[in-house]
Design a protein. Structure first.
Length: 256
């Protein structure tokens, strides 16, 4: 009897463990892993394009998005390296329930003010002009947020990462709040993290999702700031990840 009970418990634990791993795929909209040398969406149809010499190279796992932007390009020239993905209904998350996960390794001196890791909108700030932003603002600071009518729901997370090392970033929106995680921690913010949101979110259907650039810094069109470094394992879900799932991702667990 005791042996049978033990075996049943062991089987249940194994089942839950396997189920937990499989659940990480649930409601996965897009996956940009760059392992095939392209910016193709590995699970959906939101295929990206390398711009201005951006390419696949050594990443966190396999290949990643390598952005060689040693000097921030001059305003208006759009000469920096980045990836662009045309907008689609699956990328427009007006209901405010979605999650983003990625790895980033910013070179020393490569984290510019409002350089977007994952960004969708007309401008990366200075008004209610983006659906989602996850960006560096300095060698140690990041900023996140989403917008709704008349409100720029941004929040800063200072002293949350370091240049020159791989950093896991997750942005989780559950319909009520937006939460930023950096290396499986919820860094404090003077604007609150988690940050309350209102619905519907603005989605900017004419604006692509971009990796590696923040548009119109300071509110000035053409004043775009670029990351110098590598971004990898970029995922988008149509649901809010749990804390346990974010922890799993931060350990490098596979999604697809």
């Amino acid at each position: 009897m005791k042996l049978t009970t033990f075996m049943l418990i062991a089987l249940a634990v194994c089942f839950l463990a396997v189920s937990g791993m499989a659940a990480l795929n649930d409601d996965l909209v897009s996956a940009w892993t760059f392992d095939d040398g392209s910016a193709k969406d590995q699970v959906g149809s939101n295929n990206g394009a390398f711009k201005n010499g951006a390419k696949a190279g050594a990443g966190k796992k396999g290949q990643g998005l390598v952005l060689a932007n040693p000097k921030n390009p001059a305003a208006g020239k759009n000469t920096g390296q980045y990836v662009s993905i045309p907008s689609s209904k699956s990328l427009e998350q007006a209901d405010g329930i979605f999650s983003v996960s990625l790895w980033v390794n910013v070179k020393k001196g490569g984290a510019r003010d409002h350089s977007g890791m994952f960004f969708k909108g007309e401008k990366i700030g200075w008004g209610a002009l983006f659906m989602v932003r996850a960006a560096t603002t300095s060698p140690v600071n990041m900023t996140f947020g989403s917008c709704w009518a008349g409100a720029e729901g941004w929040f800063a997370c200072d002293n949350s990462y370091k240049e020159g090392e791989w950093t896991h970033v997750a942005y989780v929106v559950d319909g009520k709040t937006a939460t930023a995680y950096v290396n499986n921690k919820i860094p404090p913010s003077g604007q609150k993290n988690p940050r309350p949101i209102e619905l519907p979110l603005l989605t900017f259907p004419k604006s692509p999702v971009v990796f590696g650039v923040g548009r119109a810094v300071g509110g000035t069109v053409g004043n775009d700031f670029w990351i110098d470094g590598t971004i990898d394992e970029i995922y988008l879900w149509n649901r809010a990840l749990s804390k346990a799932e974010v922890a799993s991702l931060s350990k490098g667990d596979a999604v697809t």
